[in-house]
Design a protein around this ligand. Structure first.
Ligand code: ADP
Ligand code: MG
Length: 542
């Protein structure tokens, strides 16, 4: 920065860098494009995996867009904004992250060409916005309503979502698990069907194989049965869920009680024991044969519980207590006095099992569980992690369908239909905006094109075939990834939730326009922050 000699006007702190105008824009677009380039090759069933190594040397193998972007460490603010798109897509709809990032990258690439032609960023943004609205309309018009009871169709959506992950022979099983787990936790909120991700617990355990993954109609509690003399297996369980301790309340401050008479000591101890026994008697009296306690269970109480043949688990996490209540239909009770038979939850089976190295308590075969668990198995840790990410996507697809039960054809078909209709309606717009509108059409075509490229097909040829089909009214034609050429995606069961596509388009537009609006990047010096990290004081330097 050059300043007039003798007259320093310091506005920005020393070390601050500033890029402005065209060059700021160019840098931002370049950074965003790089991010899109990274995930591009992972799109679709034939997409490749990425091997990531983090700064402590941990290795991850994945083709999940959100995961890749979450793990790579980027500095550039515009790149970070693109990563936000992936995060939002992942968080809100759970799938379509790669699609959203590729779209954002393409929108920016096209914008750059338009800027070169002296079209102002604000004109590009307004053209893009009109195209976005049209695109959403095309999706809404082409979306097909499905019935949540139509299992075959649900399976197709999930198979499409999981199709891009390397699950091998376990695919069918995971599809069923995703469908069943979500359907069982569907509830009605204000007259609308909803499913909540939190009601599906995923428990990962190394060992066995992916094919041995199971759906537990209940909860898996990562704790052991508290006392060796207790039963390890209880059928037709009647479960008490208690959130206060089976212990004598200790006073907050340390109190000292001096008892000189040995008989009095016994009396004092007996008194404590009696209180604990009273608690156990209460549990017994309401008919419980299993206890989950959120707090501690005193040795003496354990002994009494064991004597009554009651299976008990202590220090259960609050979140697990809530899941237990949902799964078993029981109520978490705070006060022993309040415990009544109608508070008890039910499960066909409660059993402690050894899974790998750990003992865990399975509460399963619940009648109508509103919380379920998936016990995910795989021989290798990386495989287990990737399977979890895949299952998460699949579950999110199901949740999206519960929320909005409409589907669109995959394989780039809906994107091509959007592109076609944009081209068809572009005439309504004036000169420069029209160019942006058409650029949007080309940007969405990046999806079928990339799918073709990643499948090793000739993109130019495939795109010509797809365009031709759509111009002839075949709206569901997309890339035949496995056989080459093009096919009707609906007829071939390659379908996706409309919600995934709607969100991907919206969020990629938002990111692209946000980046285009920036013409000034002011970056503070990194130095100070780093120093603080090293634990140095904030005393000013002279
Ligand atoms: P994203 O992170 O965007 O979900 P994926 O790697 O999961 O990326 O790929 C999704 C894309 O792959 C979608 O466009 C979808 O339609 C397409 N796809 C999935 N299965 C098939 C298939 N069998 N044939 C053609 N396209 C498919
Ligand atoms: Mg996907």
């Amino acid at each position: 920065m050059s300043l007039a000699p003798g007259q320093p006007v310091i506005i920005l702190k020393e070390g601050t860098t500033r890029t402005q105008g065209r060059s700021a824009q160019r840098n931002n677009i370049a950074a965003a494009k790089i991010i899109a380039e990274i995930v591009r090759t992972t799109l679709g069933p034939k997409g490749m995996d990425k091997l990531l190594v983090d700064n402590i040397g941990d290795v991850i193998v994945t083709n999940d867009g959100a995961t890749i972007l979450e793990k790579i460490d980027v500095e550039h603010p515009a790149a970070k904004m693109i990563i936000e798109v992936a995060k939002s897509q992942d968080h809100v709809v759970g799938d379509g992250t790669t699609t959203a990032v590729i779209l954002a990258g393409e929108l920016l690439r096209k914008a750059e060409e338009l800027i070169e032609q002296k079209i102002h960023a604000s004109t590009i943004i307004s053209g893009y916005k009109k195209a976005l609205d049209k695109a959403l309309e095309v999706i809404n018009e082409n979306a097909i309503k499905i019935d949540l009871k139509d299992r075959a169709t649900l399976r197709k959506v999930i198979t499409t979502s999981l199709g891009s992950k390397s699950l091998g022979f376990a695919l069918d099983k995971l599809v069923d698990i995703a469908v069943d787990s979500v359907l069982s936790v569907v509830k009605e909120v204000n007259g609308k069907q909803r499913a909540d991700k939190d009601d599906i617990q995923i428990v990962k355990k190394i060992g066995r194989s992916l094919g041995e993954t199971e759906l537990i109609r209940g909860v898996v509690v990562d704790k052991e049965v508290v006392h060796a003399a207790m039963p390890k297996r209880v059928e037709n369980a009647r479960i008490a869920l208690i959130d206060s301790p089976f212990e004598i309340e200790k006073t907050e401050f340390s109190a000292e009680i001096r008892i000189r008479d040995p008989l009095k000591i016994k009396e004092f101890l007996d008194e404590e024991t009696n209180i604990l026994k009273g608690m156990v008697d209460k549990v017994k009296a309401v008919g419980a044969n299993v206890v989950f306690c959120q707090k501690g269970i005193d040795d003496a109480a354990q002994f009494f519980l064991a004597k009554e043949g009651i299976l008990a688990v202590r220090r259960v996490k609050k979140s697990d207590m809530e899941k237990l209540a949902k799964a078993t239909g029981g109520r978490v009770v705070t006060n022993f006095e309040d415990l009544s038979p109608k508070d008890l939850g039910r499960a066909g089976l409660v059993e402690e099992r050894k899974i790998g190295e750990d003992r865990m308590v399975f509460v399963e075969k619940c009648e109508n569980p509103k919380a379920v668990a998936v016990l995910l198995r795989a021989g290798l840790e990386r495989q287990l992690d990737e399977a979890e990410r895949a299952l998460n996507d699949a579950i999110m697809n199901m949740i999206d369908l519960v929320d909005d039960p409409r589907i669109v054809p995959g394989g780039g078909a809906i994107e091509e239909e959007i592109a076609r209709q944009l081209r068809q309606t572009a005439g309504k717009l004036s000169g420069k905006e029209q160019l942006a509108y058409l650029a949007f059409a080309e940007a969405v075509e990046a999806i079928p094109r990339t799918l073709a490229e990643n499948a090793g097909l000739e993109p130019v040829e495939i795109m010509a075939q797809i365009r031709h089909a759509h111009e002839n009214g075949q709206r569901a034609v997309g890339v035949n990834i496995f056989g080459g050429g093009v096919i009707d995606m609906l007829a071939n069961g390659v379908i996706e939730p409309a919600k995934v596509k709607l969100h991907a388009l919206r969020s990629s537009f938002e990111a692209a326009s946000m980046i285009l609006r920036i013409d000034d990047v002011v970056a503070a010096s990194k130095k100070k922050e780093e120093k603080k990290k090293e634990g140095e004081s904030e005393t000013p330097e002279f």
